[in-house]
Structure formats: C-alpha cells, structure tokens
Design a protein. Structure first.
Length: 133
C-alpha cells in the first residue's frame, strides 16, 4: 500500500481499503461484541466495509502482478495483516456467549488474505537492495 505512486490501481486499492476499514470500525462500535445492540446501519456498514476490504487486496494483487515488489510493500502487507488480526481479537474479546458466526470473522479472513499477499509480495520482491546514503 505504500507504493501508491506506482499506478492508479494502487490508489483505488488504498482508498477502498481505507473506506472498508472505517466502515468495519463503525460496525464494530455500532454492533458491539455481544451482537445484541446496534441497528441496521451497523450491519449495512459491516457488509459494505467487508466488500471494500476484500476487493482492495485483489486490486492490489492486480497492480503488483506485473512487476517486482519492494521491501516496503512487504512490510506494509505484514502491518495490514497484523492490524486486521488485532482488530479481530479486540472485537471478540468480551464475548461470553458462543456464536456460530461473529462479524469479526471478516477481520480474521482479511488478516489471512493479507498474510497471503505478504507471502506473494515476498517471493516477488526485487533482489536489489536500494540503500541511499
């Protein structure tokens, strides 16, 4: 995501990810960990945010598929995966009743997806080390 200067697909991917994260964050606050509060706006925000958060990594993969990736892109993918996983843990921590489907599973799925992107970026990373002194 840090390589947004490389093309318009990366810009669109970055914007969609930001909107998706904001909407999922709103849904986490509106719905709550017990899933007993919140109205339709929280669930709509969750659905739309999930679509944006899932579409953005695929656009990101399309944007980087024809070139080598940089170390900063690998680190950015690791950071995004870690943040999604931490948000999954934070959202599900106070849950006492077992539920079959918790909306935070979307965050866990996004974390796994971004971890896969990290592995993909790591294998496509350029072998040159650009050190500027």
């Amino acid at each position: 995501m840090l390589g947004t200067h490389r093309g318009s697909i990366s810009w669109v991917s970055t914007i969609l990810l930001a909107i998706g994260v904001i909407l999922i964050g709103y849904a986490a606050v509106a719905v709550g960990p017990q899933l007993d509060s919140g109205g339709a706006s929280g669930w709509w925000a969750l659905g739309i945010g999930a679509v944006f958060a899932v579409v953005s990594p695929y656009l990101y993969i399309i944007g980087i598929s024809l070139r080598h990736t940089t170390t900063s892109e690998v680190l950015a993918s690791v950071a995004i995966a870690a943040l999604f996983f931490i948000s999954y843990l934070v959202w599900t921590t106070p849950v006492s009743d077992p539920v079959i489907f918790h909306p935070a599973l979307i965050n866990f799925g996004c974390a796994v997806l971004w971890l896969g992107i990290t592995i993909f970026c790591a294998f496509r990373r350029d072998s040159r080390v650009d050190i500027k002194i």
